[in-house]
Design a protein around this ligand. Structure first.
Ligand SMILES: *Cc1c(COP(=O)(O)O)cnc(C)c1O
Length: 345
């Protein structure tokens, strides 16, 4: 399939002349910076951050084994999601297709950008069928949003079905891999260069334990990454975020240790949760949370709130009748949840 990114872009974005910051126009070593109206005092916070985030991108490129020209870094994954709408979807005209249930942010970003959303139900076991998604595509469909492992169901979608969609669709396919560190073997990142219309989103908010930093990643062809870089706020990542992330990414063995503990705890929690009489089903999961079907989601949720334990009531979500979504915490936190549930039966 040949994809003309320029044809897919909104007209105003295609012809955009981006803001050029002082630090964009100069490259090299300088001793005196009198170009950006900064205050000479209060170093290092007085200086604008690197708008190209080169140091951090190099590190991310090493970790992910991908050239920096295919990496976009944003203020969480939320930023590239919004930028994709702003670049490719004409408000009041274009639409996107996604799955149901899935992460709520695609719809919110679509609503903010006045872009219509067509949600295609997954199967009752939250499986993806490429044909059903492709059938929903119209000439105005610019982006298909998939999420694997999917939130709130927890399961990874079938890679072959996703590839079928990527190969058949003449627009962008975004695969949100926010939870992929819990099942790295299922990532589509190794094949990203084969598909010019594929955008993969990942984040440092989950397995890496940096939700408070606000640091998300988009991986795609150089053409798509160029577009996102041209329309982002020039200084979308602060000095604090860039420096702290570099510090925390120096040691990537820590993440592996956390993932191992969380996966171990996940299996323990699944076995314990299955045994309660009020639990009808524990769905299989590839992420750091489990979806649990119960007789009385609201009652259990409220009981746990009174016990100062907060989980997520997803029972009003499509295909999630009776369901609670429970994140896997530390062994101590998980044990507190189990002790509270033991007092309920
Ligand atoms: C948590 C989550 C994210 C992460 O968003 P950030 O803005 O990077 O914190 C992205 N997608 C899904 C599906 C999530 O559940």
């Amino acid at each position: 399939m040949s994809l003309d990114i320029n044809k897919l872009l909104r007209e105003n974005i295609r012809t955009l002349k981006p803001y050029s910051s002082a630090r964009d126009e100069f490259s090299g070593e300088a001793a005196v910076f009198l170009d950006a109206n900064e205050n000479p005092y209060n170093s290092p916070w007085n200086r604008y951050p690197d708008p190209r985030q080169l140091t951090l991108k190099k590190r991310v490129g090493e970790i992910k084994n991908i050239p920096i020209t295919k990496i976009f870094l944003g203020n969480g994954s939320d930023e590239p999601i919004d930028l994709l709408f702003r670049a490719f979807c004409e408000p009041g005209k274009d639409n996107i297709v996604s799955i149901n249930p899935t992460y709520g942010m695609y719809r919110v970003a679509a609503d903010i950008n006045n872009v219509a959303v067509n949600l295609i139900p997954l199967s009752v076991d939250f499986e993806l069928y490429a044909e059903e998604v492709l059938t929903a595509v119209t000439t105005e469909t610019k982006i298909i949003f998939l999420c694997s492992p999917n939130n709130p169901s927890g399961n990874a979608l079938d890679n072959n079905e996703m590839i079928r969609i990527i190969k058949s669709f003449n627009g962008l396919v975004v695969v949100d891999e926010a939870y992929i560190d819990f099942c790295p073997e299922k990532s589509l990142l190794p094949v990203i260069s084969q598909y010019p219309n594929l955008v993969i989103l990942q984040t440092f908010s989950k397995a890496w334990g940096m939700a408070g930093l606000r640091l998300g990643m988009a991986f795609a062809s150089e053409q798509i990454i160029d577009v996102l870089s041209r329309i982002k706020y020039p200084y979308n990542l602060s000095i604090l975020t860039q420096q702290k992330a570099m510090e925390l990414l120096a040691d990537d063995t820590q993440k592996e240790k956390w993932v191992a503990i969380i996966l171990n705890e996940r299996e323990r929690m699944i076995e314990l949760l299955k045994a309660y009489p009020f639990v009808l089903k524990v769905y299989s999961t590839d992420a750091n949370f489990v979806l649990v079907k119960t007789h009385d989601p609201r009652g259990i949720y409220q009981y746990l709130v009174n016990e100062k334990i907060i989980i997520r009531d997803r029972s009003s979500v499509s295909l999630c009748e009776g369901c609670l979504r429970i994140s896997i915490g530390s062994p101590e936190e998980n044990t507190k949840l189990i002790e509270a549930l033991n007092r309920l039966v």
